[in-house]
Design a binder for this molecule. Structure first.
Ligand SMILES: *[C@@H]1O[C@H](CO)[C@@H](O)[C@H](O)[C@H]1NC(C)=O
Ligand SMILES: *[C@@H]1O[C@H](CO)[C@@H](O)[C@H](O)[C@H]1NC(C)=O
Ligand SMILES: *[C@@H]1O[C@H](CO)[C@@H](O)[C@H](O)[C@H]1NC(C)=O
Ligand SMILES: *[C@@H]1O[C@H](CO)[C@@H](O)[C@H](O)[C@H]1NC(C)=O
Ligand SMILES: *[C@@H]1O[C@H](CO)[C@@H](O)[C@H](O)[C@H]1NC(C)=O
Length: 395
């Protein structure tokens, strides 16, 4: 059955080819664009009253349908999905699939004042609609001043004719720093900056569909920058003091506090409930952003005032005078004091520190230290002065 159909179609075609010159008919629409599953109309307007027509699918010249005045003969594989309009010679192809994409040739005869042959072709383009579009960053956590790519990913085998990028629902402007790949599938930020923050979408389209991706929110991680410590420059003994560190950072950074180079606390704030003279020194806050891998620090010198009858200026003078000789002693004294006091902000006696300017606190035995502490400032300072003349303790 199918063989005889094919034979008939082929015969029609061969007969046609033997004929004289033919009129080239331009199809009504060319190319015809169709979506998988839709019906496609291959429409022609013959130059007279249609006498016969035959359609082939190129390039293998597969017969689709032929008609010579009786019932149309449908080609193999086109059963139930091809209808020939015997008035116009147009063909309707139903429920098209990707294999139907291609060139369809038609030939036929019409009658006006005599028989006239015509010939032509029409291209059918069948597209799968785009269904799934995503924006994918090249880094899960983009970092300021590094390169970043955003890729417009179309899942599936669909043909994509064009991609359009949107930032905050507006077409993305490109620049020397923000460039598109040739097919617009990749936006490259070189480097990415905080000013690029926003919601990015990709609109992918082909002739039968247009899909806009969900938004990708770009948040550029940066910092820490501009670390600073907020705290009074000085405070009286017994008062409470809070040191607050701040830095610009995304994600919010972690803070570590150092007193005279020794780590003392973690957190945004460092609190001293009751200030003692041992709290005098330098406070360093190190702001750390583990995402950018960067550290920034700020230092604050802190002075303790209100020591007995001496003004802080006088104390400063004494301390400076004695510092050269008794730094070690002084450190020891203060440290022992801290151990005894057991304040919440106390330095933790830990393993011997081997880093810069380390003092091996736990090994220190200051004979006069604890005794000295309990007494007044005047006595303490006197002790310091007295010790100036002695050999400093070896630490
Ligand atoms: C054939 O096409 C003509 C012109 O488009 C239309 O008027 C006619 O109804 C069609 N015939 C059939 C059987 O579909
Ligand atoms: C970004 O994409 C370009 C191609 O468009 C590629 O050459 C480059 O290596 C990519 N960079 C990153 C950081 O992924
Ligand atoms: C901390 O350092 C300052 C000088 O910067 C010094 O006067 C003070 O004694 C030191 N304190 C301790 C406990 O080491
Ligand atoms: C802060 O520290 C916590 C715990 O160590 C860690 O999970 C977090 O990623 C850190 N944050 C930053 C910005 O470094
Ligand atoms: C930053 O500080 C953290 C925690 O104090 C430390 O682990 C890290 O090694 C430091 N990184 C740099 C680059 O200094």
């Amino acid at each position: 059955m199918e063989n005889s159909q094919a034979a008939l179609l082929t015969l029609g075609f061969l007969l046609f080819l033997k004929g004289s010159s033919a009129l080239v008919v331009t199809p009504v629409t060319d190319p015809v664009i169709s979506k998988v599953g839709d019906n496609a109309m291959l429409e022609i307007k013959p130059p007279g009253v249609l006498v016969s027509v035959v359609w082939f699918f190129s390039p293998a010249k597969i017969p689709v349908v032929s008609w010579t005045g009786i019932n149309p003969v449908i080609g193999a594989g086109y059963e139930n999905r091809v209808t020939l309009n015997t008035t116009t010679g147009s063909v309707e192809l139903r429920s098209v699939n990707l294999r139907d994409d291609g060139v369809y040739m038609f030939q036929g005869t019409t009658f006006t004042s005599g028989r006239e042959r015509f010939i032509g072709s029409v291209t059918l383009r069948v597209y799968e609609p785009i269904t799934n579009v995503n924006v994918k960053p090249s880094l899960a956590q983009p970092i300021a001043n590094q390169a970043l790519n955003l890729t417009c990913e179309v899942l599936g085998s669909q043909t994509v004719s064009s991609r359009l990028w949107l930032k905050d629902s507006q077409p993305l402007s490109t620049s020397d720093r923000i460039t598109l790949s040739v097919d617009s599938s990749v936006v490259s930020f070189n480097p990415v900056l905080q000013s690029d923050n926003g919601e990015y979408q990709c609109k992918a389209s082909n002739p039968v569909s247009e899909v806009t991706s969900a938004g990708y929110r770009l948040e550029v991680n940066y910092g820490p920058e501009q670390a600073s410590i907020t705290a009074p420059d000085s405070a009286a003994e017994g008062s409470s003091v809070t040191f607050t560190c701040s830095a610009q950072s995304l994600p919010p950074c972690n803070y570590t506090w150092y007193f005279n180079e020794t780590e003392t606390a973690q957190g945004l704030q460092y609190n001293i409930a009751s200030v003692t003279n041992a709290d005098r020194g330098s406070y360093t806050c190190v702001a750390w952003n583990s995402v950018t891998g960067r550290n920034t620090s700020a230092v604050k010198e802190f002075i303790v005032t209100g020591l007995g009858s001496l003004s802080s200026g006088e104390i400063a003078g004494i301390v400076i005078c004695t510092l050269a000789g008794v730094t070690g002693v002084a450190l020891g004294v203060y440290f022992s004091v801290k151990l005894c006091r057991n304040n919440p902000h106390d330095l933790k006696p830990g393993p011997a520190q081997s880093s810069t300017g380390a003092v091996t606190y736990e090994n220190f035995k200051g004979p006069s230290a604890s005794a000295t502490y309990e007494n007044t400032t005047a006595i303490r300072i006197a002790t310091l002065i007295q010790e100036t003349s002695q050999q400093p303790y070896s630490l």
